[in-house]
Structures are given as structure tokens and as C-alpha cells.
Design a protein. Structure first.
Length: 219
């Protein structure tokens, strides 16, 4: 494809049928070749990490409509709408009720959250990415009773990959079933090995700097 020096190169999920080792090799070769390619490269993919590695700009499509077009850092850090956040991998959402310019109630999570950035017009939801939920020291004497955005949580169930664990957590009280949870949290195996031996409840901190303020376009 590159030998004919095209103006535009279309890569339609080029790595989808490759095993992990071969995918990494081909990715590195292609990235090196594209450094000297003078045309435009359009990469179509459902793999978020792949898009992030290859592309400086992202066009987010949903049901045939363009939802966003911006530098990748802007789209991942400030997705603006529920659909964009979901398509960029955010797993935790809740509708909100605004209590003040810097405080909202997350209805699904049944908690009050302090916010440090100005609320956008027509705010409907709040989100946080699964890898950005923080576990605090289990020793409750180290934590203020009224610590901002800090909540007791219980483990409902887990999902395992070779290097990571997804923890499904219920806030405020123990779960009643395997489907009774509020948050999905992703941690490395090393963190999981140290965490699983600690008594419940654990404590999670929803950092105001990590909370994503969103508008539901469907609404």
C-alpha cells in the first residue's frame, strides 16, 4: 500500500486477527514506517489502546454520527458527554442532582460528591474511570470521619485478566447479590494481592480531579 505513495492510507482494524506477540511486532513496524509517510493515515479501530498509541487526533463515531473530533488527550480527559465517555472506556456513571456550584449528589451511588471545577450547563451525569478510583488505608484511624469523597465499600465479585483485576464494589453496605454493585475498579495484580487480605469494608476515594462531568445527549 505504501509503495505507490498514496495520498491517504486507510487501515481498517489492521491488527484484529493477530496474536499478542505478533500484533506488537507489526504495530512497531507500522509505526516506524508511518514516521516517514507524508500522506494522511485513517485508522479504524474499536481498540482504545491501539487508537491512543497510533493517533494524535480522534474522531469518535456512534451510530453513524460524529460525536467528537479533537486531540486524543482532550477527548480522553474531557469527554463532555455520556456517549463519548462510554466509547472511550469509562465504566462508572451516575445521574446527578446539583446541590451547589461545587457539590452534587450521585443518585445511583447514593453519595454526595465535592467538585472542584465549574459545573457545565445542563449537567446530567458524573463518571469516573475504573483505574482512577483510589483505595485508602484500611486503618480507619488514619482517615477523617468526614473525609471528602471517601466511602466505605464491600467487594461484590471480581473479574481476572493475566495482569489486572476488575473489582465490583458496593458502597455504604454489603451487597445482596452478585449483581449488586456501584463501581467497577481496575487494579494491577500486585495491588489486588495486598488488598484481598484486608478486612472489609475497604475505603475508596473518588478524587474530585478525576471525576468527569457529563451531559447525556440522549436526554
Amino acid at each position: 500500500s505504501l509503495a505507490s505513495e498514496p495520498d491517504v492510507l486507510l487501515l481498517d482494524e489492521p491488527f484484529s486477527a493477530l496474536d499478542t506477540h505478533l500484533r506488537s511486532q507489526i504495530e512497531q513496524q507500522l509505526l516506524a514506517r508511518l514516521q516517514t509517510y507524508q500522506g494522511i493515515t485513517l485508522l479504524v479501530t474499536h481498540n482504545l489502546e491501539e487508537a491512543y498509541r497510533f493517533c494524535e487526533y480522534l474522531l469518535v463515531l456512534n451510530r453513524g454520527q460524529a460525536l467528537a473530533h479533537a486531540p486524543k488527550h482532550h477527548i480522553f480527559e474531557q469527554p463532555k458527554t455520556v456517549d463519548i465517555a462510554r466509547l472511550t472506556g469509562c465504566k462508572n456513571f451516575s445521574p446527578v442532582v446539583v446541590h451547589s456550584p461545587y457539590q452534587v449528589e450521585a443518585q445511583n451511588w447514593r453519595c454526595i460528591l465535592n467538585i472542584i471545577e465549574p459545573l457545565p450547563p445542563h449537567l446530567t451525569h458524573i463518571g469516573i474511570r475504573a483505574h482512577q478510583v483510589t483505595f485508602l488505608a484500611v486503618d480507619t484511624s488514619l482517615i477523617e470521619p468526614t473525609a471528602v469523597n471517601t466511602f466505605n465499600c464491600w467487594l461484590t465479585t471480581t473479574s481476572e485478566t493475566p495482569h489486572r483485576m476488575t473489582l465490583y464494589l458496593k458502597l455504604h453496605q454489603p451487597p445482596s447479590s452478585l449483581h449488586d454493585y456501584h463501581l467497577q475498579v481496575e487494579v494491577l495484580k500486585e495491588k489486588w494481592f495486598s488488598l484481598q487480605g484486608e478486612p472489609l469494608p475497604w475505603k475508596v476515594f473518588l478524587d474530585p480531579r478525576r471525576l468527569i462531568l457529563l451531559v447525556d445527549d440522549a436526554g
